[in-house]
Design a protein around this ligand. Structure first.
Ligand SMILES: Cc1cc2nc3c(=O)[nH]c(=O)nc-3n(C[C@H](O)[C@H](O)[C@H](O)COP(=O)(O)OP(=O)(O)OC[C@H]3O[C@@H](n4cnc5c(N)ncnc54)[C@H](O)[C@@H]3O)c2cc1C
Ligand code: SF4
Length: 440
C-alpha cells in the first residue's frame, strides 16, 4: 500500500516554491552597486569561468544603464540570466569579492546580475545581432547551456546554426532540472528565446542517434558541436531497487517542474540516497512538497559530502535530516517501499583515488522506515550516444577525435555547473570558427 500524502493547498505550495533570492528593488540595486570598489584586475571576474567583467556591469547599473549592463553580462555569458539565479556564487564571484577580506559582506553580484538581466528579459531587448552570413553551417546536439551558448556566439559570427534537442522544450537542465525555488522553466525558456531571436533554429523533440543519424549531421553541416549533457541517474545496485516507491532524483525533479506542484505527491517519510547538490535539491523539494521527514543517507562523513556548504545549510533550514556514515543495503517493501535497510560505516583504507573508503561497522544494521526512496547518486554518461556517434568515452567523459566534431558541457566535463557549460560552449564556438576559417 502506498502512503503518499495528499497535496498541500496550492497557495502554500506556491509560497514554498517562491524565489529563494527575490529580486532587488531599483533603489536597493543602486545602493548595492554604489558599494562596489570597481577593483582593477577584479578577483570576482577572475573567479567567474566566463570572466564576466563584474565591475563594468555593476558600474553601468550605478549609472542607470541597465541595457549596457545586461550587454556586458550576456556578451561574456549567454546564460547570464540563469547564472544570476542558480550559480554557486558563494564559491565563485562573491566568494572572491575583496570585501570578504575586510570582514564585510561581499557585493551581491548575483542579485545585481539578475537586476540587469531581468530588465533585458522583461523589455525583450535585442542586445546582439547575427553576423554577416558566411555561408557555413553548424549543427548542435543538445539545447542546454553549453549548446545554446555556442549557438549564440556562432550566430554572432555569421554561421547558420541548427540545434537538435531531444526534449519537447529547449533549455536542458535549466528548464528541467534546476530547483524550482531557484529558477522556473519560464525564465529558462525566455532566456532561450533571446538566443533563438538571433536566428538560431531549434528543433525540439528530435533524438539524434534515434530519429536522425549522427552521420546525417556530419554530412549536412560543416561542423557539429555535441552538448548532450549527462544521462539518467545511476542505479544503486541494491536489492529492492525496482520496488514501486523508488524514484530517480532527476525524474522526480523533472516531474515537479513540468506539472502543477500539487501533482507531485510525496511520502510521509522520504529518504534520499546521495549527498551531492542534486540530492540536496531532491530532499529540499520533497520537504517543501510536504514530506514530514526528508532524510539524506550518505555513506561517508559530513566533511566528504560533495554538496556545497550553503546547499547543506539550506537543507538544514528546510528541516531536512542527515544520516552520515550510513550505507544503504536493501530497499524493503512488498507492493511499495516500507523502509531502507542500512548499516553504519567508518573510514577504511584508502581506495585508488586516495580517499579512505567507507567500511561497514558489523552489527550496526538498522532500518529507516520510509514510503519513498529517491536515488541521487550522480548521472551516468550518454555512452550509447557517444558510441553511435563515433566519439571516445574516457570514464564519464566524452571526447572527439574527429576534427569537425567538437564536444562541450557536462558530457565533456563529467558534470559541473551552468556557468562551466556556458564557458565551454563559448570555447567550442571559438574552436569551430578557427577550424572553419582554416586556422584551427
Ligand atoms: C538536478 C540538478 C540541479 C542542478 N542545479 C544547478 C544549479 O543550481 N546551478 C548550477 O549552476 N548548475 C546546476 N546543475 C548543473 C547544470 O544544470 C549543468 O551543469 C548544465 O545544465 C550542463 O549543461 P549542458 O548543456 O552540458 O547539459 P544539459 O543541460 O544536460 O543539456 C543537454 C541537452 O542535450 C539534450 N540531448 C541529450 N541527448 C540528445 C540527443 N541524442 N539528441 C538531441 N538532444 C539530446 C538533452 O535533452 C538536454 O536538453 C544542476 C544539475 C542537476 C542534475
Ligand atoms: S571584487 Fe567585489 S568590490 Fe571588487 S569589483 Fe568585484 S564585486 Fe566589486
Amino acid at each position: 500500500m502506498t502512503d503518499l500524502l495528499p497535496p498541500l493547498p496550492a497557495e502554500e505550495l506556491e509560497r514554498r516554491f517562491a524565489d529563494i533570492a527575490p529580486p532587488l528593488t531599483p533603489d536597493a540595486a543602486l545602493l548595492e552597486a554604489s558599494k562596489c570598489l570597481f577593483c582593477y584586475d577584479a578577483p570576482c571576474t577572475h573567479a567567474c569561468p566566463t570572466h564576466i567583467d563584474v565591475p563594468a556591469f555593476i558600474k553601468k547599473i550605478a549609472t542607470d544603464n541597465l541595457r549596457g549592463s545586461a550587454r556586458v553580462i550576456l556578451d561574456a555569458n549567454p546564460m547570464g540570466h540563469s547564472c544570476a539565479r542558480a550559480c554557486p556564487v558563494e564559491v565563485l564571484c562573491e566568494g572572491a569579492c575583496v570585501l570578504n577580506d575586510r570582514d564585510e559582506q561581499p557585493i551581491k553580484i548575483a542579485l545585481l546580475q539578475r537586476h540587469a538581466t531581468d530588465y533585458a528579459l522583461e523589455h525583450r531587448l535585442r542586445l546582439f545581432e547575427p553576423g554577416r552570413a558566411n555561408g557555413k553551417s553548424v549543427a548542435i546536439v543538445g539545447a542546454g547551456p553549453a549548446g545554446l551558448s555556442c549557438a549564440q556566439d556562432l550566430r554572432r559570427l555569421g554561421y547558420g546554426v541548427t540545434v537538435y534537442e531531444a526534449k519537447p522544450k529547449p533549455g536542458g537542465l535549466n528548464t528541467y532540472g534546476i530547483a524550482e525555488y531557484k529558477m522556473r522553466p519560464t525564465t529558462a525558456l525566455a532566456e532561450v528565446q533571446m538566443i533563438a531571436d538571433l536566428g538560431v533554429e531549434i528543433k525540439t523533440g528530435l533524438v539524434v542517434g534515434r530519429d536522425l543519424p549522427f552521420t546525417d549531421l556530419e554530412r549536412d553541416f560543416d561542423a557539429v558541436f555535441v552538448a548532450v549533457g549527462l544521462g539518467a541517474t545511476r542505479g544503486l545496485g541494491l536489492p529492492g531497487e525496482e520496488l514501486p516507491g523508488v524514484f530517480e532524483a532527476l525524474a522526480f525533479i523533472e516531474y515537479l517542474k513540468t506539472h502543477p506542484y500539487a501533482d507531485t505527491r510525496v511520502g510521509r517519510r522520504v529518504v534520499v540516497i546521495g549527498a551531492g547538490n542534486t540530492a540536496i535539491d531532491a530532499v529540499t523539494q520533497a520537504k517543501r512538497l510536504g514530506a514530514e521527514h526528508a532524510t539524506i543517507v550518505y555513506r561517508r562523513g559530513r566533511g566528504e559530502m560533495p554538496a556545497y556548504d550553503y546547499e547543506y545549510e539550506l537543507a538544514q533550514r528546510d528541516g531536512c535530516e542527515f544520516r552520515f556514515s550510513t550505507a544503504p543495503k536493501c530497499v524493503i517493501g512488498d507492493e511499495w517501499v516500507t523502509g531502507l535497510e542500512c548499516i553504519k560505516t567508518e573510514p577504511g583504507p584508502p581506495g585508488p583515488d586516495g580517499r579512505r573508503r567507507p567500511v561497514d561497522v558489523p552489527g550496526s544494521e538498522h532500518v529507516i522506515p520510509c514510503d519513498m526512496v529517491i536515488k541521487a547518486v550522480g548521472q551516468a554518461p550518454r555512452s550509447e550516444f557517444a558510441r553511435a556517434a563515433g566519439l571516445v568515452l574516457e570514464g564519464d567523459r566524452v571526447r572527439s577525435e574527429k576534427p569537425h566534431v567538437f564536444v562541450g558541457g557536462d558530457c565533456m566535463s563529467g558534470g559541473a555547473e551552468i556557468v562551466n557549460a556556458a564557458a565551454e560552449g563559448k570555447q567550442a564556438a571559438r574552436a569551430i570558427d578557427a577550424f572553419l576559417r582554416g586556422d584551427g
